[in-house]
Write a protein that binds this ligand. Structure first.
Ligand SMILES: O=C[C@H](O)COP(=O)(O)O
Length: 251
C-alpha cells in the first residue's frame, strides 16, 4: 500500500438543495476516529451549498471543495466563481478540468492550466482531472492522452501540497463500467512516472486519485492498486452510507 495519505473526494456535481444538509451531516458524523486514521475525506457540493457545508463541517475534519473556478480573482465574468470566493467560504480544495466541464464548457488544457494556477493563488488545493475517451482507449492512445493532458494542464511549480491528480476515464464516469485493475495500475504508473520526470521527488508525493464508477462493492480492489492514492466519487458520494462505505474500504 502507498505511504501517501489517501483522500476520498465526493463530487456532488449539480445535485443538492438546502435539504441535503441532513445527508451531508451524516457524512460528517460518520467520519469517526477510525476512519480519520485511514483517510482524508472531502465533499465538493455545488457552489450554492459551499458556505453552508463549510459551517456544518466545522470540527469534523471533513474537507470542502468547489467543483470549478474562474481563472481571475474577480471581475466582469457573469455567472462565474473565483478561487478566492471558494476559499472565502472555508473550502480548501477545488476540482479543475473535470471532463464534464471540458465537454460542456470547452475547458481546454490551457484553461485548466490557468484554473489550477488560480487555485494555487487562492491557497486552494487543485484536484486536476485527466482521462481518455472510449475511442482513445480503443485506439490504444490512453497513455499518450494522459501525458499530453498532464504536460499542458499542470502548471510549473506545482507541489504535493497544492495539486492532486484525478485519473477519470471518461467512459467510466457514471456508466457502471471501470477499467480492469491492471489498466488502472498502468495508467496510474504512467501518471506517476510523468510527475516524477517533471517534478522529481515532489512528484513521488503527489496524490493520484482514481474516478469513474467507484462504489462500495469495487472500492477495496481499486483503492489497493499501486499508485492509487484515493478516489474521486460522483454518484456514490450522494448517500452517506455509500460514500462512507467507500472510505471504509481502505484496509
Ligand atoms: O467526479 C466524479 C466522477 O466524474 C465519477 O463519477 P461517478 O462516480 O458517478 O462515475
Amino acid at each position: 500500500m502507498s505511504r501517501l495519505r489517501p483522500i476520498v473526494v465526493g463530487n456532488w456535481k449539480m445535485n443538492g438543495l438546502k435539504s441535503s444538509v441532513a445527508e451531508f451531516s451524516r457524512i460528517t458524523e460518520g467520519y469517526d476516529i477510525g476512519l480519520r486514521a485511514k483517510t482524508d475525506l472531502a465533499i465538493c457540493p455545488p457552489f450554492t451549498l459551499l458556505s453552508t457545508f463549510a459551517v456544518v463541517a466545522l470540527g469534523s475534519r471533513v474537507l470542502i471543495g468547489g467543483q470549478d473556478c474562474h481563472r481571475s480573482p474577480s471581475g466582469a465574468h457573469t455567472g462565474d466563481v473565483s478561487a478566492e470566493m471558494i476559499a472565502d467560504t472555508g473550502a480548501t480544495h477545488v476540482i479543475v478540468g473535470h471532463s464534464e466541464r471540458r465537454a460542456d464548457d470547452l475547458d481546454t488544457n490551457a484553461v485548466v492550466h490557468a484554473k489550477a494556477r488560480a487555485a494555487r493563488r487562492a491557497g486552494l488545493i487543485a484536484i486536476l482531472c485527466i482521462g481518455e475517451s472510449e475511442a482513445e482507449r480503443d485506439g490504444g492512445k490512453t497513455l499518450e492522452v494522459l501525458e499530453t493532458q498532464l504536460a499542458a494542464s499542470v502548471p510549473d511549480g506545482a507541489t504535493a501540497d497544492n495539486l492532486i491528480i484525478a485519473y477519470e476515464p471518461i467512459w467510466a464516469i457514471g456508466s457502471g463500467r471501470t477499467p480492469t485493475l491492471d489498466e488502472i495500475a498502468e495508467a496510474h504508473a504512467h501518471i506517476r512516472h510523468q510527475l516524477v520526470l517533471r517534478f522529481g521527488d515532489e512528484g513521488e508525493d503527489m496524490r493520484i486519485l482514481y474516478g469513474g464508477s467507484v462504489k462500495p462493492s469495487n472500492a477495496s480492489d481499486i483503492l489497493a492498486v499501486e499508485n492509487v492514492n484515493g478516489a474521486l466519487v460522483g454518484g456514490a458520494s450522494l448517500r452517506a452510507v455509500d460514500f462512507l462505505g467507500i472510505a471504509h474500504s481502505y484496509p
